[in-house]
Design a protein around this ligand. Structure first.
Ligand code: PRP
Ligand code: MN
Ligand code: MG
Length: 181
């Protein structure tokens, strides 16, 4: 339990690669929202690392808020039917909202979330995600800021979990099959 290195098949993205990409994304976001209000909305729990590391790279003054959602469904995969476990504290009327996510897998969570937040009268709703799995997409989601497109493999770290473990790894790794088989 104390050393997870045996649970990993390989490192997909190093801490340095993640950091450089976050520098790039933060520069784009700073430029795009110059002179505008900006509310970052993190999706618990996976987005915690991206939120913290991205927000600290922004020069733009932002506010941060959080949502927790749970998708109904049998098993591990999203069904597209989403339940709000913790709603935002902020009123979105007239706000520029940037949803911050760790990963877009099927896209079902985010497509529901974008529609939900758009119905609250914001000025804009965009998405920033560190990772995206194009081969796993079940719905197309229009994403403004993407860190890395990755293969459809079981990845953990930098916020991503398997059974609530591995979120605190500072890099993104692929899980060895013996862990989940
Ligand atoms: C994961 C991930 C995304 C979502 C993506 O969250 O953090 O939020 O799944 O999946 P989708 O594109 O197929 O909808 P999860 O539901 O595992 O909760 P967590 O963030 O607490 O780990
Ligand atoms: Mn999540
Ligand atoms: Mg998870």
């Amino acid at each position: 339990q104390s050393d997870v290195s045996g649970d990993l098949a390989n490192i997909l993205l190093t801490e340095e690669q993640l950091g450089s990409k976050l520098d790039e994304l933060a520069a784009k976001i700073d430029a795009d929202y110059a002179g505008k209000d900006l509310l970052l909305v993190g999706v618990l729990k996976g987005a915690v690392m991206v939120m913290a590391d991205l927000a600290r790279r922004l020069h733009h003054p932002v506010q941060m808020d959080w949502m927790a959602v749970s998708s109904y469904g049998s098993g591990t995969k999203s069904s597209g039917v989403v339940r709000i476990l913790k709603d935002l504290d902020a009123d979105l009327t007239g706000r520029n909202v940037l949803i911050v996510e760790d990963i877009i897998d099927s896209g079902l969570t985010l497509s529901w979330l974008v529609a939900n937040l758009r119905s609250r009268g914001p000025e804009s709703v965009e998405i920033a995600t560190m990772l995206r799995k194009p081969d796993a997409a079940k719905v197309e989601v229009d994403v403004r800021y993407v860190g890395f497109d990755i293969p459809n493999e079981f990845v953990v770290g930098f916020g991503l979990d398997y059974a609530e473990k591995y979120r605190n790894l500072p890099f993104v790794g692929t899980l060895a099959p013996h862990v989940y088989s």
